[in-house]
Design a protein around this ligand. Structure first.
Ligand SMILES: CCCCCCCCCC/C=C\CCC/C=C/C(=O)SCCNC(=O)CCNC(=O)[C@H](O)C(C)(C)COP(=O)(O)OP(=O)(O)OC[C@H]1O[C@@H](n2cnc3c(N)ncnc32)[C@H](O)[C@@H]1OP(=O)(O)O
Ligand SMILES: Cc1cc2nc3c(=O)[nH]c(=O)nc-3n(C[C@H](O)[C@H](O)[C@H](O)COP(=O)(O)OP(=O)(O)OC[C@H]3O[C@@H](n4cnc5c(N)ncnc54)[C@H](O)[C@@H]3O)c2cc1C
Length: 666
């Protein structure tokens, strides 16, 4: 039986101070009591699967062993999941996503299968293609990934070089990778795990190019797992993080696939080679939109993980004295520490709330597309781009801030903060590089500004541009609602400035494209300001909405958090607000005090707030962040697992050190 340890006394006291019902907040964050119960039940089952316990911490395994262990455990996880789903409802995607962290210490080599392969078949396949591929894919009789990026191109996907040339005689496509830069590079699981992939390739029919399209390609034999003739595939090697994601490369040499393997929900190639255009060629990019929306939720979770570790550690850790002769204080009582950590909690809430409405907007667009309506697609694309960019970037900063807030111990692998940082920071690049996505949103904002000038009605997320043009700037008040308006004024002002900068360059004789490039620093700043306005506005609206349905004590804490988020960003961007809104120096001075008051109000609830994220010790995998707060004992226990501590004298002493020392003595 597992030993039950006493909970650290500081944490006990912190939990007694909490002014709200932690369970109530957990249910709210999960989306309902039933979801929490399902999640806990599944996590509990996993906790008791002996084969999932690592004998040796993964960090001591070789690259190859680590990968093999990840495959072994993912297969067990999938079997446990299948058994669970046979008896009950299908697990919610967020619950399976979270549970995965308890099993795979880093990123699963199967991650892209459910994350992009299956969704692309659903989003891009015809009903017949779905009937053929989905049952096999869902049962994992075939395992796939999403192979789009190449060595030479990741961002500019119209420039992809893999070719799919239609041969009407045999009704096949012939896949080729003409140059080294045409090799697929990066897809998760491609290295040595998957047997299928969605390959995005340039379509050629009778020598004419028809742009990029998705194809389902079997790349390995289902029995032997050997690459099929004409396929060159392998793993790309170690990276900054993503140690077990098994990212791979893939090249084709005259590799033939049947015509039916082109996913044809949008565009089609008929038997005779006739190309039938889809409603909108950008629908081929649909899976990326879905993943970008999901990244907002992933960012919320990664931020919550880091906040949980750093807040619990800050409650347990005592260092230095505030006053002479008094005991050393809990580091959480330093205001600077609260400044580093409470924004982490609020940021996770901001992203969760944003994801809630963004996901609904995504579902609405999918529903509309089913009815051949695409009016809201450009707005969704613009929102998903800037919110993916901002949430992943903020999450990266916050995770690193939490690591730094843990001092030296935050640098230990056993704190788990380095691994969390590894996969959080990757999201800034994958699924559309940060700057590139901000520029996509800027493109939409420039059009929106033009429409606003022409007096047109704008989509809801940019409607503030019309208000800004119509009205005088509102008299400043330090209320959340007026501050949000202030963020909209900053966004509107920066959008106008970027627009004017482009016009100025065009008037000076530049091409529009060159003018765009010359104004692009201003464009990304406009896009960032728009993101911040959207995040603050959405977070405030969602909090007001939920506050009426929760207990008054919880509503009060949620209100403190949203205010903290808004005031924090007001102070961070005070310079912009001074330029573009009616805020005055005195208002900023008042808000500085307000910020300190909010830190004090949140202080007694800090541990309760991170407990409410309800992230189990198995998922956190952190010596610093466990529920019981046995920080020092765990650090020592983990250190003792080092293979270097398994023998009193390491052989290198006899081989190298002893002769070296002897020589030095002579
Ligand atoms: C179990 C353990 C768990 C542990 C887990 C831990 C980690 C968890 C997370 C892991 C998750 C996932 C793993 C990683 C997976 C990564 C996968 C990838 O990265 S896949 C590859 C992604 N690639 C990209 O995102 C490429 C980015 N580039 C593009 O999207 C485009 O090239 C783009 C948009 C930059 C430019 O495209 P293009 O040149 O064609 O367009 P234009 O700029 O000319 O614009 C034309 C026009 O089209 C509109 N447009 C563009 N895109 C879209 C779209 N998607 N939808 C709708 N409309 C779009 C654009 O706005 C323009 O409109 P216009 O009206 O003309 O202005
Ligand atoms: C961990 C990880 C997992 C991944 N998994 C997958 C996967 O499963 N499947 C897959 O297909 N791909 C995957 N990718 C690839 C990923 O999608 C690309 O790396 C990403 O889209 C960025 O493209 P790039 O590498 O070509 O960057 P580049 O575009 O070369 O970026 C380099 C620099 O150029 C700048 N730049 C480029 N274009 C412009 C522009 N138009 N304007 C201004 N600046 C510009 C960028 O801002 C950046 O600073 C993964 C990547 C990572 C890191």
């Amino acid at each position: 039986m597992a030993t039950v340890h006493k909970i650290n006394e500081d944490l006990v006291k912190e939990r007694q101070k909490c002014t709200f019902n932690v369970q109530e907040l957990t249910y709210l964050l999960d989306g309902g009591e039933e979801v929490t119960k399902e999640r806990r039940e599944f996590e509990n089952i996993l906790r008791n699967v002996k084969e999932l316990q690592d004998e040796v911490p993964e960090v001591y395994l070789s690259h190859k062993e680590r990968y093999e262990n990840a495959v072994r455990k993912t297969c067990i996880l999938q079997n446990v999941r299948n058994d669970f789903e046979k008896k009950r409802e299908v697990l919610s995607p967020r619950n399976i996503f979270r549970a995965g962290y308890a099993v795979i210490k880093d990123v699963s080599p199967f991650f892209l299968h459910n994350g992009m392969f299956v969704p692309t078949i659903i989003g891009q396949g015809t009903p017949e293609q779905q009937a053929e591929w989905l049952p096999k894919a869902k049962a994992m009789a075939i395992i796939g990934t999403y192979a789009q990026t190449e060595l030479g191109h990741g961002t500019f996907i119209r420039g992809l070089e893999t070719t799919a040339t239609y041969d009407a005689k045999t009704e096949e496509f012939i896949l080729n990778s003409p140059k080294v830069t045409s090799y697929k590079w990066w897809p998760g699981g491609l290295g040595t795990t998957v047997n299928h992939c969605i390959t995005v390739a340039q379509l050629y029919i009778n020598g004419k190019k028809y742009g990029i399209h998705p194809f389902i390609v079997q790349i390995r034999d289902l029995e032997t797992h050997k690459p099929l003739p004409g396929i060159k595939v392998g793993e790309i090697g170690p990276k900054m993080g993503f140690a077990t994601a098994n990212n791979g490369f893939l090249g084709f040499q005259n590799f033939r696939i049947p015509r039916k393997n082109m996913l044809m929900k949008n565009a089609q190639v008929l038997k005779d080679g006739t190309f039938v255009k889809g409603m909108n060629e950008k629908l081929t990019y649909g899976t990326m939109v879905m993943v970008r929306v999901n990244i907002v939720s992933d960012s919320a979770f990664h931020t919550a993980m880091a906040a949980t570790i750093a807040v619990r550690y800050a409650a347990v850790r005592h260092q230095s004295q505030l006053k002479a002769k008094e005991p050393e204080v809990q580091i959480i009582d330093y205001l600077t520490q609260q400044h580093k950590l409470f924004i982490a909690i609020a940021t996770s809430h901001a992203f969760s709330n944003t994801y809630t409405w963004l996901y609904q907007a995504y579902l609405k667009v999918v529903e509309d597309l089913g009815k051949q309506k695409q009016d809201h697609l450009p707005e969704l694309h613009a929102l998903s781009c800037c919110l993916k960019a901002t949430s992943s970037r903020d999450a990266g900063v916050i995770v690193e801030q939490c690591r730094l807030a843990c001092g030296g111990h935050g640098y230990m692998a056993s704190s788990n903060l380095p691994i969390i940082y590894g996969y959080t920071t990757a999201a800034i690049t994958y699924e559309g590089e940060h700057t590139v996505l901000l520029l996509q949103t800027a493109r939409y904002l420039m059009k929106a500004w033009m429409s606003a000038l022409e007096g047109k009605v704008l989509a809801p997320s940019v409607a503030y541009l019309v208000d800004w043009l119509k009205s005088d700037k509102q008299r400043w008040q330090n209320t959340p609602e007026v501050i949000v308006k202030g963020f909209q004024h900053v966004a509107a002002g920066k959008i106008k400035d970027a627009f004017d900068a482009i016009q100025k360059h065009v008037k000076a004789g530049k091409d529009y494209e060159d003018a765009w490039n010359l104004a692009s620093v201003q464009l990304i700043k406009a896009s960032e300001a728009h993101s911040r306005a959207i995040l603050c506005d959405g977070y405030l609206r969602e909090t007001v909405r939920t506050s009426s349905s929760v207990s008054p004590s919880l509503a009060k804490v949620l209100n403190h958090l949203v205010q903290l988020y808004i005031v924090y960003w007001t102070l961070e961007t005070a310079g912009d607000l001074l330029v573009y809104s009616n805020i005055g120096k005195d208002d900023i001075a008042v808000l500085k005090e307000k910020y300190e008051e909010l830190l004090a109000l949140i202080r007694p609830n800090a541990v309760g707030l991170v407990d409410a994220f309800d992230i189990s010790d198995e998922i956190l995998q952190s010596t610093l962040g466990s529920y019981d707060g046995r920080v020092y004992e765990r650090l020592m226990e983990e250190a003792m697992k080092s293979p270097l501590n398994k023998e009193p004298v390491n052989q290198s002493f006899h081989k190298y050190l002893k002769p070296f020392i002897k020589k030095a003595k002579l």
